[in-house]
Design a protein around this ligand. Structure first.
Ligand code: GDP
Ligand code: IMO
Ligand code: MG
Length: 427
């Protein structure tokens, strides 16, 4: 019996969905605790691909309880679409529970996200334009609307009236953008509320009771450490905390109840949206990784920027999250490269930095310092035992372990649930 927090160690899209689905077999509960439908988690089961934005990636096991915790921001229309998509595929959502304390993404949040991105012009963050930032802004400003408010028509109408009056002013006077009609939004959201109502339950209570009863709980992080509001490449970050500490706040559980933290790291690096990325590859090699790894956003379809594995980033993620293990994904994508590289430090004004700098100006001047290792030709997508990997692939993994200081528990060699090599048990 244990509780495991799974987080992204890079800039998101590390393969958290696949690893969550794989580990969920041993879990009783799977919990999302931050972010919203900016996340796109891909799970492939028997060749069929599912893309989840809000519902935990444990939903494909009919006996697992899946929770959307208070720390998540929920776009009810997206949630209902996801429920319908799963129902059409014959996947039961009867074990899904949603926190009444989670905040609701409203149509004005989406429009404000768009308007603010457009206003920033060339220095735009490259958000998913899903209204995530504005929804968390309202939460912090204490003007947000929670699921519990949405379920109370009178309370909801009052809060909506107040918010629409304010947001319409901001939209028209600051951004020159159109506003919203109170009655239209009210009727749309009250209709969505009835679809969500049956799922709402005190999710913190559910998790804590499960822990007390000795069940296995898996916390599924969204985004990645370098997109964390505090620890990421600010301001090119998301508006929540994709790091392990947030599992406690976002699920309503104490830090004393977390047993282990697993960081998902891609065998190379990708980033979607703006902001620094020291080991980015701009030429043909970057294009090759993008094509082979099918590196196009799960949520927005945007091409992902690609680069070499950055040990500075993952070592930093190990520190911030207290990582016990790494799950190294997409090792198969590197097969066939004559050589592979790992960034072990950054050259900055003649010095080698080994810790991730806070200043974006410093980062912009950093040149990656690479170690070059020999590649391997073999197709490894059918390998299930660590010892059966080509020697050079093992050498690459072992160098990552040395440079990051974190043992690897799982290695991904394909999109399928079982295309996973297990080195250590996580639960
Ligand atoms: P997430 O946001 O962290 O869940 O990651 P995404 O689902 O956005 O992107 C990861 C992509 O890589 C998805 O298309 C997965 O199906 C795929 N993937 C995950 N693990 C592996 C792996 O080990 N090998 C390969 N080839 N693909 C993988
Ligand atoms: P998963 O869970 C990759 C990025 C956006 C943008 C920045 C802010 O699939 O790994 P936001 O809409 O959150 O305000 O955008 O964060 N971003 C992600 N990048 N994977 C994600 O989620 C992301 N969620 C947000 O591209 O750079
Ligand atoms: Mg993703």
């Amino acid at each position: 019996m244990s509780t495991v927090v799974l987080i992204g160690t890079q800039w998101g899209d590390e393969g958290k969905g696949k690893i969550t689905d794989f580990l969920a077999r041993e879990a009783d509960l799977v919990v999302r605790y931050q972010g919203g439908n900016n996340a796109g988690h891909t799970v492939v089961i028997d060749g069929q691909e599912f893309r989840l934005h809000l519902i935990p990636s444990g939903i494909f096991y009919p006996d697992k309880i899946c929770l959307i915790g208070n720390g998540v921001v929920i776009d009810p229309a997206v949630l209902v679409r996801e429920l319908d998509m799963l129902a059409e595929q014959g996947i039961s959502t009867g074990n899904l529970r949603i926190s009444p304390r989670a905040h609701v993404i409203m149509p004005y949040h989406r429009r404000l996200d768009e308007a603010e991105e457009d206003r920033r012009g060339d220095s735009r963050i490259g958000t998913t334009r899903r209204g995530i930032g504005p929804a968390y802004m309202d939460k912090a400003a204490r003007s947000g609307i929670r699921v519990v408010d949405l379920l109370d028509p009178e309370e909801f109408a009052a809060r909506l009236r107040d918010n629409i009056a304010e947001k319409n002013k901001v939209l028209s006077q600051i951004y020159g953008a159109p506003g919203f009609d109170f009655e239209e939004v009210l009727s749309e959201y009250l209709r969505l509320a009835e679809r969500i109502r049956p799922y709402v339950a005190d999710t913190s209570l559910v998790v804590n009771e499960a822990v007390k009863a000795g069940r296995n709980v898996l916390f599924e992080g969204a985004q990645g450490t370098l997109l964390d509001l505090d620890h990421g490449t600010y301001p090119y970050v998301t508006s929540s905390h994709p790091t392990a500490g947030a599992a406690c706040l976002g699920a309503g559980i104490g830090p004393t109840r977390i047993d282990r933290v697993v960081g998902v790291a891609k065998a190379y690096v990708t980033r979607v949206g703006g902001g620094p990325f020291p080991s980015e590859l701009h030429g043909e090699l970057g294009d090759l990784l993008r094509q082979r790894g099918r590196e196009f956003g799960t949520t927005t379809g945007r091409p992902r920027r690609c680069g070499w594995f950055d040990a500075v980033v993952v070592r930093y993620a190990a520190r911030i999250n207290g990582l016990d293990y790494l799950a190294l994904t997409k090792l198969d994508i590197l097969s066939g490269l004559p050589e592979v590289r790992i960034c072990r430090g950054y050259r900055y004004r003649g010095e080698e930095l080994t810790e991730f700098p806070a200043s974006l100006k410093v980062l912009a001047e950093c040149e990656p310092v690479y170690e070059t290792l020999p590649g391997w030709d073999e197709d490894i997508s059918g390998v299930r035992e660590y010892g059966a990997l080509p020697a050079n692939a093992r050498r690459y993994v072992e160098r990552i372990v040395e440079l990051t200081g974190v043992p690897v528990a799982l290695i991904g060699v394909g999109t399928g649930r079982h295309q996973t090599i297990v080195l250590h048990r996580v639960f």
